[in-house]
Design a protein around this ligand. Structure first.
Ligand code: MN
Length: 200
């Protein structure tokens, strides 16, 4: 079962001015595409070819580092494109209630996520996860994610923010916190809510 690069559901420039078109194009067409190509190469002829991406994450400790890095890269970016979108807005319904219960307010969630992203040394991701039915914030290095059996903090990711320099450097250069401030304008909360309900 070969993995495929998913199409973006919006134009490269749809997240302007918060995320620029060239960053989106290189990020999707080059970076994500390379993770998919290299994942397919790394699993070719092995039993990992028969696993869904989710099952691969859950058993990632059994596979070589190339599978972990590129499989994580494929999973993480597939989620990332889906939880971004041009319409922004704010969470509502059950998800909004759960955010208020867990963090006090949406602003406090953003602060915890931004802190997790800003303090992740080098490359990695900040995550909002569902863990035993509750929301929590964590971060992972490189292309790891909370679905992996090797993850320090495990859970089902419902929102992830890429803090690799390739996600923001063209527009924000070294100012990762500015990127983290801006990205909240382009979160697709409907998709996050869908993932929240599915994870419960
Ligand atoms: Mn990336």
């Amino acid at each position: 079962m070969a993995h495929k690069l998913p199409d973006l559901k919006y134009a490269f420039n749809a997240l302007e001015p918060h995320i620029d078109a060239m960053t989106m194009e290189i990020h999707h067409d080059k970076h994500h595409a390379a993770y998919v190509t290299n994942l397919n190469k790394a699993i070719e002829g092995t039993d990992a070819e028969n696993l869904s991406l989710e099952d691969l994450m859950a058993n990632i400790s059994k596979y070589p580092m190339a599978v972990r890095n590129n499989g994580g890269g494929h999973y993480n970016h597939t989620l990332f494109w889906e939880i971004l979108g041009p319409n922004g807005g704010a969470p509502s319904g059950k998800l909004a209630d759960a955010i208020n219960d867990a963090f006090g307010s949406l602003d406090s969630l953003k602060e915890q996520m931004n802190n997790a992203g800003a303090t992740r040394f080098g490359s990695g991701w900040a995550w909002l996860i569902v863990q035993n039915g509750k929301l929590a914030v964590c971060s992972t290095p490189n292309q790891d994610n909370p679905l992996m059996d090797i993850a320090e903090v495990k859970g089902t990711p419902i929102l992830g923010i890429d803090v690799w320099e390739h996600a923001y450097y063209l527009k924000y250069q070294n100012k990762r916190p500015d990127y983290l401030g801006a990205i909240w304008n382009v979160i697709n909360w409907e998709e996050v809510a869908k993932r929240y309900e599915a994870a419960l």
